[in-house]
Structures are given as structure tokens and as C-alpha cells.
Design a binder for this molecule. Sequence first.
Ligand code: HEM
Ligand SMILES: *[C@@H]1O[C@H](CO)[C@@H](O)[C@H](O)[C@H]1NC(C)=O
Ligand SMILES: *[C@@H]1O[C@H](CO)[C@@H](O)[C@H](O)[C@H]1NC(C)=O
Ligand SMILES: *[C@@H]1O[C@H](CO)[C@@H](O)[C@H](O)[C@H]1NC(C)=O
Ligand SMILES: *[C@@H]1O[C@H](CO)[C@@H](O)[C@H](O)[C@H]1NC(C)=O
Ligand SMILES: *[C@@H]1O[C@H](CO)[C@@H](O)[C@H](O)[C@H]1NC(C)=O
Ligand SMILES: *[C@@H]1O[C@H](CO)[C@@H](O)[C@H](O)[C@H]1NC(C)=O
Length: 332
Amino acid sequence: MKIKGSYSIFILVVSLILFGIIDVCNAQNLSKNFYKKTCPRVEKIVKEIIQNRTRSNPTLGAKLIRMQFHDCFVRGCDGSVLVDTVNNSKAEKEAIPNLSLSGFDVIDEIKTRIERACPKVVSCSDVLALAARDAVSAPFKKSLWDAQLGRRDGRVSLATETSGNIPGPFTNVSSLIQLFNRKGLDVNDLVVLSGAHTIGVSRCGAFSRRLYNFTGKGDADPSLDGAYTETLRKKCPNPATPTTTVEMDPQSSLSFDNHYYDILLQNKGLFVSDAALLTDRTSNSAVIRLRRSPSSFFSAFAKSMKKMAAIDVLTGNAGEIRQNCRVVNPLK
Ligand code: HEM
Ligand SMILES: *[C@@H]1O[C@H](CO)[C@@H](O)[C@H](O)[C@H]1NC(C)=O
Ligand SMILES: *[C@@H]1O[C@H](CO)[C@@H](O)[C@H](O)[C@H]1NC(C)=O
Ligand SMILES: *[C@@H]1O[C@H](CO)[C@@H](O)[C@H](O)[C@H]1NC(C)=O
Ligand SMILES: *[C@@H]1O[C@H](CO)[C@@H](O)[C@H](O)[C@H]1NC(C)=O
Ligand SMILES: *[C@@H]1O[C@H](CO)[C@@H](O)[C@H](O)[C@H]1NC(C)=O
Ligand SMILES: *[C@@H]1O[C@H](CO)[C@@H](O)[C@H](O)[C@H]1NC(C)=O
């Protein structure tokens, strides 16, 4: 019995180490200077276009980082969210949570310029990772995190794969933790990455049930601040119009900062999934910690983004370098 017990502990420890190493290898197959020889100007090209685009459209950072999140949570960060539907099998971007996803034209512009400079070398998934990083970083005059590169693109994009992978706005904390765990992200990553809701907007439909009919009895969600419920009702009449949006971090939806955690602690988190972060002991203390210190938020965000951006990546000879981000390459 005793021997058997320590044997299984031994196996456990060995597999933990092995999985750790495999994990690290995968992430390490991405590197900061992946295109140093093959496309040295890639980062410069992306930055130029993004700086130009964010000047006239400061909401681009929110669009692109959300797009990257959706890319990485469905089939790994493989550019599958960029693919257009062909025939009648709907692509990821047509799925319900598509979000009002936008910014695809920016990715196209960047990819076109890069193909001119170094054809068939830079993947669409890497373009998205750089573009999202630069768009969020634009107001800071420095990169908020290092983009690891060397991903390759997938050949499959299915709308049916978004549900079950992308959490919806009514997801509770245990399901959120589970969904993130399945991608190799822990509770801390969940709370840190949810901090991206410090920028951007949401359509009323994603939360209006909290305002008007939370349990089906014409009631409001009691976990949402009462006065804030009134404010939101004015902005989002019932039934919700599909195009009306509200800022997720009111009056501060263009500034990437740790203000999201302030909002949460005032019971003004917009989604059930935001408010849910207060309901678990570990996530709650992460919220309090991240609220306290902007610098710890920025360094934690950089760390968690690095993890998210490496989920199930295709490297080496896997996948392909897509030439047009909207269509998989024709078979030779
Ligand atoms: C934790 C689970 C998450 C849930 C349930 C969630 C849900 C949502 C929903 C429902 C919207 C509004 C979409 C719409 O109006 O149609 C939204 C917007 C947004 N999400 Fe999340 N999200 C989550 C995590 C993340 C993560 C990890 C990131 C990025 C790191 C992110 C970044 C954003 C951004 C920037 C927007 C605003 C987009 C815009 O302004 O167009 N979210 N999210
Ligand atoms: C920036 O945008 C302007 C106007 O939209 C355009 O004329 C210029 O070529 C752009 N520059 C770059 C580097 O994309
Ligand atoms: C779309 O349909 C055409 C014609 O039936 C077929 O050749 C092609 O493989 C299909 N493409 C995909 C991605 O299923
Ligand atoms: C999002 O999905 C809807 C319907 O599911 C579709 O009409 C719309 O074009 C999609 N948006 C994008 C950007 O693909
Ligand atoms: C969380 O949501 C899942 C899926 O909807 C459900 O099965 C579970 O019971 C919920 N957990 C709690 C604590 O409400
Ligand atoms: C509230 O929800 C209940 C149950 O889902 C539904 O029967 C009712 O029509 C809803 N009321 C409103 C005003 O949306
Ligand atoms: C890492 O990259 C090398 C060389 O590019 C490749 O041979 C190897 O298969 C990759 N490893 C993984 C785990 O993808």
C-alpha cells in the first residue's frame, strides 16, 4: 500500500514536470524575433498601419483584442476567426457571440502590405497578435506586452465550435474557471484578462435581462447596483435594440487601465460574468489586488496575454501561412 501510494505520487510528479516542460516548449516555440531573418520589417509595418488607423478610430484596440481572444479560445490561436464563410458551413465569425466583431479590414490591410514586403512568410494569426498588441498600446507610446511570434494558420473555421469555448455574458464563475482551465489558464488569468473589459462597448442584448427580467419575473439582478441599473435602463430600453451599445467601463472605455476592478467592486460590472468574479474567494482577492495597483495590473496583463496568445498554437510544419486571411490556401 505504502509503496503503491508513493509510486503514484512519483508518477504524478513526473507527469506534472513533463506536462510543464511540454507546455513551456510549445510556448517557447514562439519567439520574439521569429521573423528577424525572413521579414525584419514586420513589426514596423504593423505598427505604422495601426498607429494610422487608431488615430481616426480609437476603439480599434478593443475590437482587435477581443478578436484575438475569440481566435485563441477556438482551436487555438490559428487565425481561424479571420476566415470567411464559404459554401454553407458557417465560419467562426458568423457565430452568435461574433460580437459585433469588427476590424477585419485592418487585418487585411496589414496582411496585404506584409505580403508585398515578404511574401508567404508571416501568418495571419501572428498579424492579429501584433495588431491587437499595437492597437491597445497605441495611447502609451510603448508596447504593453511582448508579442511572441511563429504561429501558423489553421485550415478550419466553424461557427459551431464557438459555443462551448467562448464564454457567454451570463456564465457563472465556476464555468468561467473551467473554460479557462481547459485552455491552460488559471483563475488569476481569468480575472486579469477580464480586465480587458476596461475598454470597449457592449450591445444592450448581452446584459438587458439583468435590467428587466433577471429571473423571468420582471425583476432586476440584485447584484447590480440599483442606481446603475436605472442609468442602464435609460440607455437600453426594453426590448433591446440590436445596435445600441454602452461602455463597459463608463466614461473610461478608451483608457486601458485597472479601472475595471473599481467598477466591479462598486457592483457595476456589466455582465453576469463580470460580477461573478466577486463570488469566488480566489477571484475576489485577485480583483482586490489588481484594483489596488495599476503597475501590478499591467505586468499581470502582459503575463496572462502571453499565455493566452500561446494557446494550442500551430508551429513548425503544422498548419500553413495563409496568403489571404479570409480564405484558407487552395490545396496544391
Ligand atoms: C471571461 C469571459 C468573457 C466573457 C463572458 C466576455 C463577454 C463579452 C461580451 C458579451 C461582450 C460584448 C459583445 C457584444 O456587444 O456583442 C464583450 C466585449 C469585449 N470583450 Fe469580452 N468576454 C470575456 C473575456 C474577454 C477577454 C479574455 C478579453 C480580452 C483579453 C475580452 C475583451 C473584450 C473587449 C475588448 C470587448 C469590447 C469589444 C468592443 O468594444 O467592440 N473579453 N465581452
Ligand atoms: C495613413 O493614413 C492616411 C490617410 O488615411 C494615408 O494617406 C497614409 O498613406 C497612411 N499611412 C500609412 C503608413 O498607412
Ligand atoms: C465549397 O464547395 C466547393 C464546390 O462544391 C468545394 O469544391 C469546396 O471544397 C468547398 N469548400 C469548403 C471549404 O468546404
Ligand atoms: C455575425 O453573425 C451574424 C448572424 O449570425 C451575421 O449576420 C453577421 O454578418 C456576423 N458578423 C460578422 C462580422 O461576421
Ligand atoms: C454554473 O453554470 C453551470 C452551467 O450552466 C451549471 O451547471 C452550474 O450548476 C452553475 N453553478 C452554480 C454554482 O450556479
Ligand atoms: C420575462 O421572462 C419570462 C420567462 O422567461 C417571459 O415569459 C416574459 O415574457 C418576460 N417578460 C418580459 C417583459 O420580457
Ligand atoms: C517547434 O519548432 C520546430 C522547428 O520550427 C519544429 O520542428 C517542432 O515540431 C515544433 N514543436 C512543436 C511542439 O510544435
